[in-house]
Design a protein around this ligand. Structure first.
Ligand code: NAD
Length: 298
């Protein structure tokens, strides 16, 4: 069993760290927010006075932070965690961040003599609680093999996507599909309503025909056809629109850098920006169907 430091004890970090404790590891966490430290303590996670104190003596360091600037800021530089950790530490960054920052994280880890993987997740807070997350992993074969048992304690499906940054690339490509497909499904339901088609009839046809997709079959944005979807509980998240927008923006940043044409990704980003700015950032992202319904393009 390993000594693990866990940096970033937010909505995802606390349950993920708790699953490492359950697997028998010694976990010491740190967060800048005192309430997060209290939440961690209540789940059996030891807490340190600083991130540096948490990584002292750790064999593995997991970061679960808001964005690329937080990850690069916390780990690199003379005052960062790479400098503070003992040589040969394995760094696992599970935050969702831009590909360029992920590559900078790997380069700095290597320069400091550490192993590293980018390992963003899908599955949300429910997946973090139930240890059923999917991890999309970028890094060398050796670092992946080393990280795998720790990821297995927190997730169900672990995919090695390629070298440095490949995990983040897979995550933002997947979520670009998700954002676009949710808008497509929502537009189809609103058009169906205006054509006098019932939700049930459209669902029965499309969910078993060529229109089927996760946004329709599992996460249907109108109440009724899929009783477990957020549409049946007032669009409480689930997956908040603010997080969808974050991932869509990352996709557009990456598309710009890589020179990829993503016209629908750009349109989805613009629509989720307008939806969020209308005060909906805390709603589930499938709530965009209501906003689409309210827009009258006659
Ligand atoms: P969160 O805001 O709840 O938690 C992030 C935590 O990091 C906060 O508690 C914050 O205080 C802490 N933090 C920031 N800078 C720090 C530093 N320098 N040192 C220590 N702690 C610091 O966010 P979350 O929902 O837990 O998400 C974490 C990451 O996972 C994000 O990158 C997010 O995009 C990604 N993600 C979230 C979900 C989800 O459903 N919430 C799903 C998939 C991926």
């Amino acid at each position: 069993m390993a000594s693990i430091a866990f940096i970033g004890l937010g909505n995802m970090g606390v349950p993920m760290a708790a699953n490492l404790v359950k697997a028998g590891h010694t976990v010491t966490g740190f967060d800048l927010v005192p309430a997060a430290l209290e939440a961690a303590k209540a789940r059996g996670i030891a807490v340190a006075d600083s991130a540096k104190a948490a990584v002292a003596g750790a064999e593995v360091v997991v970061t679960m932070l808001p964005s690329g600037k937080h990850v690069v800021g916390a780990t690199t530089g003379a005052d960062g965690l790479f400098a503070a950790a003992k040589p040969g530490t394995l760094f696992i960054d599970s935050s969702t961040i831009d590909v360029a920052s992920a590559r900078a994280f790997h380069e700095a880890a290597k320069a400091a003599g550490h192993e590293s993987v980018d390992a963003p997740v899908s599955g949300g807070v429910g997946g973090a609680e139930g240890a059923t997350l999917t991890f999309m992993v970028g890094g060398t074969d050796g670092a992946f093999a080393h990280a795998r048992p720790y990821l297995e304690a927190m997730g169900k499906k672990i995919v090695h996507c390629g070298g440095a940054g490949a995990g983040q690339a897979a995550k933002i490509c997947n979520n670009m599909i998700l954002g676009i497909s949710m808008i497509a499904v929502s537009e189809a339901f609103v058009l169906g309503e205006k054509l006098g088609l019932s939700h049930e009839a459209l669902y029965e046809v499309a969910s078993t025909s060529s229109g089927q997709c996760w946004s329709l079959n599992t996460y249907c944005p109108v109440p009724g056809p899929v009783p477990t979807s957020p549409a049946n509980r007032g669009y409480q998240p689930g997956f908040a629109a603010a997080l969808m927008l974050k991932d869509l923006r990352l996709s557009q940043e990456a598309a710009g850098t890589a020179g990829a044409a993503t016209a629908l990704g750009a349109a989805a980003t613009a629509l989720y920006t307008a939806f969020a700015e209308a005060g909906n950032e805390g709603k589930d992202f499938s709530g965009i169907v209501e906003w689409i319904r309210e827009r009258d393009d006659t």
